[in-house]
Design a protein around this ligand. Structure first.
Ligand code: HEM
Length: 497
């Protein structure tokens, strides 16, 4: 009876397996989430929407860029939530902008948006720059001591952990030289692929009601205790000793004490300022929850993107050389030995390489939405029912040969005069950061740390792949990670320039 839903709706669907629907295949499968949804996208070529069953629950895969635009932007009011199985009573760190729904999400998003403007990032730039300097110095030091081979995913993960812990918690860390650093350890635990964490993430995303019914926490107690105690200490230190820093924590303390973010001297007041007059103050749990999500969402996404960009540059020495020439030229033009914030904006070719990396390797491979009121899709007779979960296969779209010619080729030129990489389609199809009002709030920050990290290391070193097989072959993706990452770490050789 349950499994007849999609045929009654006259929607093409994938035949389910009894009891678990799609889920057993997916949980036991050797495919990553990205590959799983991308393979459905390919199998149902030319179908706008595809019906699936997660257990007995009907869910939708939306593949048509026009309908994706309808869901993410045009009719956002019918799809403003993600439909996760979070319960903030038992999981206090989930009261954050990523997990919250409805009006609570909207109010929080309006309050937090001013903390991510380019004006605020420019103010934080010296802090981010000093982390990039540590990265550059670390590679130089290792080369001097005879070690020229690096696991670049780990290397760049340690760099972005330094950045995020510095700007989100206000704590200066050096995970590069301190190999046992607690922030690095906790960061790794958030993305742990042990059975318990994979099962928790799986239930949160695919069986949210069961997760809530069973009162299972998504964030482990160890991580919760760590984040709560660090945030408490940070706030106490600043409030008792009147310490001020230019970082997210300071802005969140403003939101706790006054309910809005103050405008800094040099900031453009019109830039993405909230027009809200809501002065409701953030609670301690909201500060802790958002600090947690900035940490979790902020380091692995950017380090994976940087690593995969470096991987492609190592496979294509001529592209790497062009990036290095551009950096050298910008430094000569500014007559500076440092890479300044303004100089970074001039590195257009590096920007094109990062955009192409995010096309070929969208590190978040799927977007989730929950239908919040019945919605008839335009151009169809089909009405999505309130409560239905929708999945948008970013990887499938970004690698569709009908949209991108020769999609597995790494070709930064696609982005020369096009923000969507010359994709041949209408609607929303280049969406590495999502789109619409719920687009990634940290996109600018993610791009900034990716670009700065790469510019700093490429200005001093050239990278070569150790495993020559990878020059012409694609790597295998880690099936347990929900952020796209190679199963085996990629080793690269750094050569001083
Ligand atoms: C290359 C780096 C990054 C990528 C590719 C990325 C990608 C994404 C994607 C695809 C989404 C879902 C958007 C949607 O549903 O439409 C998202 C949401 C989000 N990201 Fe990022 N992200 C990156 C960096 C960051 C950073 C640095 C932060 C914070 C410091 C961050 C914080 C968030 C948050 C809080 C959300 C939820 C926003 C909301 O629901 O209102 N991300 N990100």
């Amino acid at each position: 009876h349950y499994f007849s839903y999609w045929s009654k709706c006259k929607i093409p669907f994938k035949e389910p397996t009894f009891l678990f629907g799609e889920l057993w295949d997916m949980f036991a499968s050797k495919k990553s989430q990205g590959q799983y949804f991308a393979s459905l996208y390919e199998r149902f070529k030319n179908k706008k929407i595809i019906g699936l069953y997660f257990s007995y629950r009907p869910v939708l895969l939306v593949c048509d860029p026009d309908l994706i635009q309808e869901v993410l932007i045009r009719d956002f009011t019918s799809f403003h939530d993600r439909g996760f199985g979070f319960d903030e009573q038992i999981d206090p760190l989930t009261s954050n902008v990523f997990g919250l729904a409805g009006q609570r999400w909207r109010d929080l998003r309006v309050k937090l948006s001013p903390t991510f403007t380019s004006g605020k990032l420019k103010i934080m730039y010296p802090t981010i720059y000093s982390c990039a300097q540590v990265l550059q110095d670390y590679i130089g030091k290792e080369l001097k001591s005879g070690n020229d081979i690096f696991d670049t995913h780990d290397l760049l993960g340690r760099f972005t952990t330094n950045v995020i812990s510095s700007v989100a918690f206000g704590i200066e860390n050096d995970c590069l030289n301190d190999r046992e650093n607690i922030f690095r350890k906790m960061g790794m635990k958030i993305f742990d692929t042990n059975f318990a964490q994979v099962a928790r993430n799986f239930l949160t995303t695919f069986l949210p009601k069961l997760m809530i019914f069973l009162k299972i926490k998504n964030v482990s107690q160890e991580i919760e205790d760590f984040i709560m105690s660090i945030v408490r200490q940070s706030i106490e230190l600043r409030e008792t000793e009147q310490v001020e820093r230019k970082d997210f924590m300071q802005l969140m303390i403003q939101l706790k004490n006054q309910g809005f973010v103050s405008v800094d001297k040099d900031e453009d007041i019109n830039e993405e300022r909230s027009k809200s007059s809501d002065k409701t103050k953030l609670t301690f749990n909201e500060i802790a929850g958002n600090t947690f999500i900035f940490f979790a969402a902020g380091f692995e996404t950017s380090s994976s993107t940087s690593n995969l960009c470096l991987f492609e540059l190592s496979r294509h020495p001529e592209i790497q050389k062009k990036v290095q020439d551009e950096i050298d030229q910008a430094m000569r033009n500014a007559n500076s030995s440092e890479i300044t914030y303004d100089m970074l904006q001039e590195l257009k070719y590096l920007d094109m390489c990062i955009n192409e990396t995010l096309r070929k390797y969208p590190v978040i491979t799927v977007i989730l939405r929950n239908c919040t009121k019945d919605h008839k899709f335009s151009g169809t007779e089909f009405t999505v029912k309130k409560g239905t979960n929708l999945f948008i296969p970013i990887q499938g779209l970004h690698r569709d040969p009908k949209i991108y010619e020769n999609p597995m080729a790494f070709n930064p030129e696609r982005f020369k005069d096009s923000s969507t990489g010359l994709g041949k389609s209408k609607g929303a199809f280049y969406i590495p950061f999502g789109d619409g009002p719920r687009i990634c709030i940290g996109a600018r920050m993610g791009k900034l740390q990716t670009k700065l990290g790469l510019a700093m290391i490429l200005s001093k070193f050239t990278f070569e792949l150790v495993d020559q097989n990878l020059i012409h072959n694609e790597f295998e993706v880690d099936p347990k990670m929900f952020v796209m990452k190679p199963r085996e770490s990629i080793k690269m050789k750094a050569i001083p320039r």
